[in-house]
Design a protein around this ligand. Structure first.
Ligand SMILES: *[C@@H]1O[C@H](CO)[C@@H](O)[C@H](O)[C@H]1NC(C)=O
Ligand SMILES: *[C@@H]1O[C@H](CO)[C@@H](O)[C@H](O)[C@H]1NC(C)=O
Length: 119
């Protein structure tokens, strides 16, 4: 059994209170918000260990695009087109370069914090 999950910037499209295994619950994001996939609606599935994921929606203008490129260094993970608010990305420098500053950038209000420099 799953009970009503916590909705973040979203609301349920059904008014049930309890859900059986494999039941789905559809939700929609408030205006100006979207799911992590960029959709205005989504559904979650009741599984053995609870809901498949949480019905969380994000302010679409607080998402970030590609992390800023830097000279003589790169991100340690393959870049995505879209990052959720408060995502963090790590950088590393090429051999023989030294990293200055924080090696992480954070997505805040739709913008990345200052990336490190490789010198
Ligand atoms: C997002 O919405 C589109 C169009 O409604 C749908 O085809 C797609 O499956 C949805 N993606 C996810 C991850 O829910
Ligand atoms: C979304 O974020 C932007 C930028 O921070 C802000 O101006 C706007 O009010 C937010 N929208 C909502 C619906 O909270």
């Amino acid at each position: 059994l799953c009970d009503m999950p916590v909705f973040e910037n979203s609301r349920a499209k059904s008014n049930g209170m309890w859900f059986k295994l494999h039941d789905t619950l559809d939700y929609e994001c408030y205006d100006g918000y979207e799911s992590s996939y960029g959709n205005a609606t989504g559904s979650i599935v009741c599984g053995e260990d609870g809901w498949s994921h949480l019905p969380t929606c994000y302010n679409s203008s607080e998402k970030c695009g590609l992390p800023p490129p830097i000279s003589n260094g790169d991100t340690t993970t393959f870049p995505q087109k879209v990052y959720l608010p408060w995502s963090r990305v790590e950088y590393q420098c090429q051999s023989y370069y030294e990293l200055q500053g924080s090696k992480y950038v954070t997505c805040s209000n739709g913008e990345w914090t200052e990336p490190p420099r490789c010198i």
